[in-house]
Design a protein around this ligand. Structure first.
Ligand code: AMP
Ligand code: MN
Ligand code: MN
Ligand code: MN
Length: 289
């Protein structure tokens, strides 16, 4: 009997310094390969500028690769992330959509710094910028690194809890892409859309049901079941949701940094064998060395 397609060490969610990770795409490819990853995707936030480098580095290592991005979406007043996999990174409409999604980040970062200044932390915009690899992509993570390195907090989780989440001094509400737009950009570029880490959102059961239903109605095909952002109880819950909604299942560490991430590349449980993995649907888009 051949092994279940779910028995693959696929890591389809990770970040480089093209967004808010600390490693460059080449170092990330090397780490994925060293950790035994068998299929990898770089999924920088709202950005495909690292895709070519990631694909070339993966090919040189003999590591099968899928293109990826993690799109920021606003749904029911909350931020939701949608991972796109296996699309054409050169697709013009996708690139325009991602550029539009990124465009408010700099203004938001200035407003965040103003809020922090009012709370007695001056210079946070310039401070965060020191950690930014891509000037288009200043994120809360870069502010978090600045606040840790300046001794104001012990770790990035403390920064988010005290300063960067709803109601805290450095939090600025932001309107990201619409759910349907994000799904269509990815799908029209030949890829599949996947709900990222559903266990992280603060939705009521009704709102969560609406997210899954509307995502499906827009043409979304997958959901992350095994992710570094999920507790083991979420694995069970979202495996059930994948079955209920007829969604393909994805797996990814959401790795950002050797110093910050508790889940390393490829270091996750396998997908349950009873689920259909997303890589079945995009097998023809895998770049094989
Ligand atoms: P942004 O896109 O600028 O809102 O930043 C979101 C990023 O912040 C996420 O992709 C995570 O990398 C990071 N993040 C969000 N919440 C937390 C948290 N509680 N602890 C550490 N990092 C977080
Ligand atoms: Mn991130
Ligand atoms: Mn995310
Ligand atoms: Mn992520």
């Amino acid at each position: 009997m051949s092994p279940s397609p779910a028995a693959l060490n696929a890591d389809l969610h990770s970040h480089s310094n093209v967004s808010d990770g600390t490693l460059d795409p080449e170092a990330l490819a090397a780490r994925a390969h060293a950790n035994g990853v068998q299929l990898w995707a770089l999924t920088d936030h709202d950005e495909v500028a690292g895709q070519q480098r990631a694909a070339v580095a993966a090919a040189a290592l003999g590591l099968p690769y899928l293109s990826g991005a993690e799109v920021s979406v606003t749904f029911a007043g909350e931020t939701v992330h949608v991972v796109g996999l296996g699309f054409d990174p050169a697709d013009a409409a996708l690139r325009d959509g991602l550029a539009a999604t990124r465009s408010g980040r700099d203004r938001r970062a200035h407003d965040m710094a103003d809020g922090l200044a009012r709370a007695g932390i001056p210079g946070a915009y310039e401070g965060a910028l020191q950690y930014v690899g891509n000037p288009d992509l200043i994120s809360r993570t870069h502010f978090a690194r600045f606040l840790v390195d300046s001794g104001i907090c012990h770790d990035t989780h403390e920064v988010f809890r005290r300063f960067l989440t709803d109601g805290k001094p450095g939090y600025v509400p932001h309107r990201w892409a619409a759910l349907g737009d994000a799904v269509r950009w990815i799908t029209a570029a030949g890829g599949i859309a996947v709900i990222a880490h559903p266990g992280r959102y603060k939705f009521t059961p009704n709102e969560e049901y609406a997210l899954f239903s509307e995502f499906k109605a827009h043409g979304g095909l997958g959901v992350e079941v095994i992710t570094g952002s999920h507790h083991p109880s979420d694995y069970v819950k979202y495996a059930d949701m994948a079955r209920e909604f007829g969604l393909l299942a994805s797996r990814g560490s959401d790795f950002h940094s050797p110093d910050e991430s508790h889940t390393d590349l490829g270091a996750l449980p396998l997908l349950p064998g009873s689920l259909t993995p997303v890589w079945e649907a995009v097998a023809h888009r895998v770049q094989r060395p």
